[in-house]
Ligand binder design. Structure first.
Ligand code: HSE
Length: 445
């Protein structure tokens, strides 16, 4: 078919930063490939950024770059808006406006979806357009499509994700190059992985946003961010990573979600993963997402979780879906936006962290005196916590020693009470360090 006979689908790009320029590049360079896959012309009709200098980054005819989003949102040639501004406002207002006008929206905005996903999905439902967000979780990895479509026939039992490239990069630098946390963070920022506010990365909230989105899709429940236990990687030391290695584990910042009988577990924290688990081999800025389905068994996705072209690739895959739905009128409602139909969504409580049961690594800094070990193990024992191994590092002559213990499975509430009691002992010289261990694929209760 000649290009002039083809249907045309105009894309409007809001936000021309790293990912925006990647999307524009893919649409321009792969225009013919996209035409052959769609039988239609998917083209960049306009772009908008509050920074006028960004116009030169985007291949567009003269007069199609705006600094005012209203001009783009009101353009009748644009049937799909790509939102890559990030943050809550003004992104939320622009998306809502586009959806109300019946346009489709593709976004990579994980914070917005984690906070207001239900509301925005309802606006899409009302407007009749698509709302797609593959790029919001794990960059290039097709996490959303896998949950919404490929595993639609499964009961999801558990999910484990390495979903923040910055944290994984930092932990890898500490593990393999002996870098300090601060050195590794500066390198991650220079490499362009970190968020504008790196606290979102290293304190775990970026991962929690992605966990809220995926858990909601997996189990057809709204997930409040406030109910997710979130702990970042700032306190992880090279010693902990070395000790974890001696016990046969790597330390990863994991998003963990498990289906319980009448609730779900959703938590983000540094986690010790056995060396023979695939996730422990995911290094540098790479991301991975492991899903257990009752029929499918285990699936692992692996890929670049950030960056211009990988994230741009995920956005363009959503644009292709939007285009196909638009070409095949009415197909937009084929896949429910949140995977479960709106009428079937049910709220499942997120289990408080105090109610989880897991294994632990605990490191105590203590004076090297007779009887210290028995005091520690006595308190742990009194809380029904059974120790599986003990290591001591350091010698009396060089000050406090590090006593590291691995435990068998124990309830978190008992562990926290024991740690509080231990921290109050006069022989303890620093706040105890606790890392949870995942070495058993989650079994449903
Ligand atoms: N800051 C994020 C990361 C980018 O480090 O993975 C993608 O969400």
């Amino acid at each position: 078919m000649d290009e002039s006979d083809m249907d045309r689908i105009g894309v409007g790009l809001l936000g021309c930063g790293t990912v925006g320029t990647g999307v524009a590049k893919i649409l321009a360079e792969n225009r013919e490939i996209l035409q052959s896959r769609l039988g239609a012309d998917l083209y960049l009709a306009a772009a908008c950024d509050k920074e006028p200098a960004r116009e030169k980054e985007i291949p567009l005819p003269r007069g199609r770059f705006f600094t005012d989003a209203e001009e783009l949102l009101n353009d009748p040639d644009i049937s799909v808006v790509v939102e890559l501004i990030g943050g809550i406002e003004p992104a939320k207002t622009f998306i809502t406006q586009a959806l109300a006008a019946g346009k489709s929206v593709v976004t990579a905005n994980k914070a917005l979806l984690a906070h207001h996903g239900g509301e925005i999905a309802a606006a899409a439902q009302k407007g009749g357009g698509d709302l797609l967000f593959e790029a919001a979780v794990g960059g290039v990895m097709p996490v959303i499509k896998t949950l919404r479509e490929s595993l639609a026939g499964n009961r999801i039992l558990s999910m484990y994700g390495i979903l923040n490239g910055t944290c994984n990069y930092i932990l890898s630098k500490i593990t393999f190059e002996g870098k300090t946390f601060d050195q590794a963070l500066s390198e991650a920022q220079a490499a362009g992985y970190a968020e504008a506010d790196p606290g979102l990365d290293v304190d775990g909230m970026d991962t929690a946003h992605k966990l809220a989105i995926t858990a909601s899709l997996a189990w057809g429940t709204p997930v409040d961010l406030d109910h997710i236990y979130v702990e970042g990687i700032r306190r992880i030391t090279p010693l902990d990573i070395r000790m974890a290695g001696e016990f046969g584990y790597r330390v990863k910042l994991l998003a963990i979600a498990k289906r319980r009988r009448n609730s779900i577990e959703c938590r983000v924290h540094p986690t010790m993963v056995p060396m023979d688990n695939l996730l422990s081999s995911v290094n540098g800025a790479m991301n991975a997402f492991m899903i257990h389905g009752d029929a499918a068994g285990e699936i692992v996705l692996y890929g670049q979780g950030a960056g211009r072209m990988p994230t741009g690739s995920a956005v363009v895959s959503d644009l292709v879906d939007v285009a196909r739905n638009r070409l095949c009128r009415g197909a937009g409602c084929r896949v429910p936006i949140l995977s479960t139909t709106p009428e079937q969504m049910r709220r499942l409580p997120v289990l408080p962290i105090s109610d989880i049961v897991t294994r632990y690594y605990v490191r105590f800094s203590a004076a090297d005196r007779p009887g210290v070990l028995s005091k520690l193990s006595g308190i742990l024992g009194a809380h029904d916590i059974s120790i599986s191994s003990v290591h001591q590092k350091g010698r009396r002559a060089t000050g406090p020693v590090s006593i590291v213990m691995l435990t068998h499975e124990a309830p978190e509430s008992g562990m926290q009470q024991a740690l509080e009691q231990i921290a109050g002992l006069d022989v303890i010289t620093d706040k105890p360090m606790l890392i949870r261990i995942e070495d058993d694929n989650a079994q449903e209760e």
